[in-house]
Design a protein around this ligand. Structure first.
Ligand code: GLA
Length: 661
């Protein structure tokens, strides 16, 4: 079980390093992400390298039994590079060019940046490929975090090449972008631009292609480095750290190029739903790696520094959320960062080793305790989390859904994902994330929150899943456009109308202060907000209707038997109890159950190992709770036997029970 954090020894005099290693050993650290922002120290001037200090740190760590996730240091180019080549600095849509002085100040298409990173990474790879401390490569850092896209002339030329590759002819581009609208027809490639600041909305198909292009351009930067690394150190895993549900990068594509998926998760302790949100992120990371264990690359030991008010984690919360990441498939828990910086923009961000006296720091004590506990969790490594439910997330649809000039701009992808995930989490049902065109045959239930854009293959895959006996729940404003963001004609939602047994006659989005009553046949009522629509059934049964107003008695929720399966459609954003009720009845019909029944506020996830299984119990409440256990086992955290009966979990407590041992 990997344990450690970002290590920035170049911020400290060398005499501190010995203490670092001693404290790392005390805390059970076995891996550090080294030198993520060290470019200006490693290459203080063009092609002049100073690796002496890094050699010493690598050797020291190795001697101390600590492995290294060695960073390529390319996330923050040194000032000399952009001073010499200002054209490598990124430009915003309004033409403003960003300066150096923070980090990530590069245009992803810049040949200067790519050339410079390739050369630095070649030096690093040659020098450290055989170093015994090297365990993993950490390419860049949080790609796209600050600069997800660039609109400069260099980017414009690269965008044109990308488009030529995609469409072949300017005629096809005109067709794909629907340029007969507003006289946008292009007569030659040289006229085509990124969607820079325009008098009003730029062409939506152009914007969508620019998002695809921008994700691909950053991926190309990553690929420049990865190809150097795999050439010099074949077999050493390569990763770059993701940022949960990060819109600008199509992580499905990115994850295919990683040996290990890794993620940075910064829950807000002030958010009462933080636990639900990090569970959802964990499920996404596991799914991006197609079930392989992932690594929690960064979390904060305590406070961050970048919210307006940086609320501290409650005692035990960091430990709980660490176990939660492992429950959802992580085989490693890491932090930003090891030692709290003395200077710079992040000096108020917590670290494993705080500014003040170390031994008396509660943050240090909790990280040390966790590190010591995790030493006993090796039996968990490599085990899998099996899910019977899949939630559809497609980045292209997300991008298109949130482009402006829609019936409502309030429909947001992550909000809609959470609409579904909340009841899934509350019911302790484990879910994977999938793209619509993935193989869905292993799932009993597929949830489809607002799949606005869908390809023919994606639509066919969902329809076949239901036809073959699967259960599916889909919400409003799905199947509306094709991959060019052109309306799919023939009646909304054209590709799903026969599967759903209905037709949407008209969309009636709701203003912020408006809501509708939704009535179920058993007399219960719920609330719908954000959206409503006029639905005409063509075979579906009505599960709930709108009450009052112009949609009075019209369907709000429907179910249609299709082939050997069934498809539910939800025509509004239901409140949580109503959404919970709809999903619970689907869980019952599809025979989907939690690993064990637990009191509310307790999360339960099972990881499977050959011939055994490991049960994670996570108490998200700040009070103790008793959990009924049916199967005896051993709590790996403390080695104690767990008997059938009630197991007490303290506030934010956790148990990791190897069942049957
Ligand atoms: C991100 C970055 C780190 C650091 C932390 C602070 O995750 O990767 O370098 O800035 O945020 O929370």
């Amino acid at each position: 079980m990997l344990y450690g954090g970002d290590y920035n020894p170049d911020q400290w005099p060398e005499r501190v390093w010995d203490e670092d290693v001693r404290l790392m050993q005390e805390a059970g650290v076995n891996l550090v992400s080294l030198g993520i922002f060290s470019w200006s120290r490693l290459e203080p001037a063009a092609a002049e390298y100073d690796f002496g200090w890094l050699d010493r740190v690598m050797d020291l760590l190795h001697a101390g039994g600590i492995a290294v996730d060695l960073a390529t240091a390319t996330a923050s180019p040194p000032p000399w590079l952009s001073h010499k080549h200002p054209e490598m600095l990124p430009v915003l849509a309004d033409g403003v060019r960003l300066s150096h002085g923070a980090r990530q100040h590069y245009c992803p298409s810049s040949p200067v940046y790519r050339f410079a990173t390739q050369h630095l990474v070649e030096q690093m790879a040659k020098r450290y490929a055989k170093h015994p401390a090297l365990a993993m490569w950490h390419v860049g850092n949080e790609y796209g975090c600050h600069v997800p896209a660039c609109y400069c002339d260099v980017s414009a030329a690269a965008f044109r090449s990308w488009l030529e590759e995609r469409y072949g002819s300017i005629e096809d581009l005109n067709r794909a972008w629907g340029t007969d609208f507003w006289s946008q027809r292009y007569s030659g490639w040289e006229e085509v631009l990124p969607p820079r600041k325009t008098p009003t909305w730029p062409n939506p198909s152009q914007q969508l292609d620019f998002m695809r292009f921008s994700s691909d351009e950053l991926l190309a930067c990553y690929e420049v480095e990865r190809s150097v690394l795999t050439e010099h150190s074949p077999g050493v895993p390569v990763t770059t750290n993701f940022m949960r549900f990060f819109k600008p990068l199509d992580y499905w594509k990115w994850a295919e190029r990683e040996d290990v998926v890794s993620d940075d998760v910064y829950q807000d302790p002030a958010d009462p739903e933080a636990g639900m949100r990090s569970a959802m992120a964990g499920d996404l990371m596991r799914s991006l790696g197609r079930g392989r264990p992932w690594v929690l690359m960064e979390q904060s030991p305590n406070r961050v520094n970048w919210r307006d008010v940086n609320v501290a984690k409650a005692p035990g919360q960091m430990r709980l959320w660490s176990y939660q990441a492992i429950a959802h498939g992580a085989d490693g828990v890491m932090f930003f960062q090891w030692r709290q910086s003395r200077a710079g923009a992040e000096k108020f961000h917590s670290a494993m080793v705080p500014h003040g006296p170390v031994a008396s720091s509660p943050t240090w004590r909790e990280t040390r305790q966790l590190g010591q506990e995790l030493r006993r969790l090796d039996p968990v490594c490599g085990s899998r989390v099996e899910a019977e439910v899949a939630i559809v997330l497609d980045w292209e649809s997300w991008w298109a859904l949130e482009l402006p000039s829609k019936p409502s701009t309030r429909v947001e992808q992550v909000d809609q994902l959470e609409q579904y995930y909340r009841p899934v989490f509350a019911a302790n049902v484990v879910a994977d994330f999938v793209r619509p065109d993935h193989d869905l045959s292993g799932y009993k239930l597929v949830l489809v929150p607002n799949l606005y854009l869908v390809s023919d293959a994606g639509a066919a895959s969902l329809v076949s899943f239901v036809r073959a006996g699967g259960a599916l729940v889909m919400s409003f404003f799905s199947g509306v456009v094709d991959p060019f963001d052109h309306i799919r004609l023939g009646g909304y939602p054209a590709p799903f109308a026969s599967m759903l047994g209905l037709r949407v006659v008209d969309w009636l989005p709701l203003s912020d202060d408006d809501h509708l009553t939704v009535s179920f046949p058993d007399g219960t009522q719920g609330r719908g907000d954000l959206w409503s629509e006029l639905i005409e059934t063509t075979g579906a049964d009505v599960l709930a209707t709108f009450s009052g107003g112009r949609l009075d008695k019209h369907p709000a929720v429907t179910r249609h038997k299709f082939g050997s399966g069934s498809a539910i459609y939800v025509g509004t954003r239901l409140d949580q109890p109503a959404m919970g009720r709809v999903l619970s009845s689907v869980f019952i019909d599809a025979e989907i159950e939690p690993a064990i029944d637990v009191p509310s506020g307790v999360e339960v996830v099972r990881r499977s190992v050959p011939r055994s299984s490991i049960l994670f119990l996570l108490n998200h409440r700040d009070g103790a709770v008793d959990v009924p256990i049916a199967k005896a086992g051993t709590n790996l955290i403390d080695g104690h036997e767990v008997h059938a009966g009630l197991l007490r979990l303290g506030p934010y407590g956790a148990a990791v029970i190897r069942e049957g041992w």
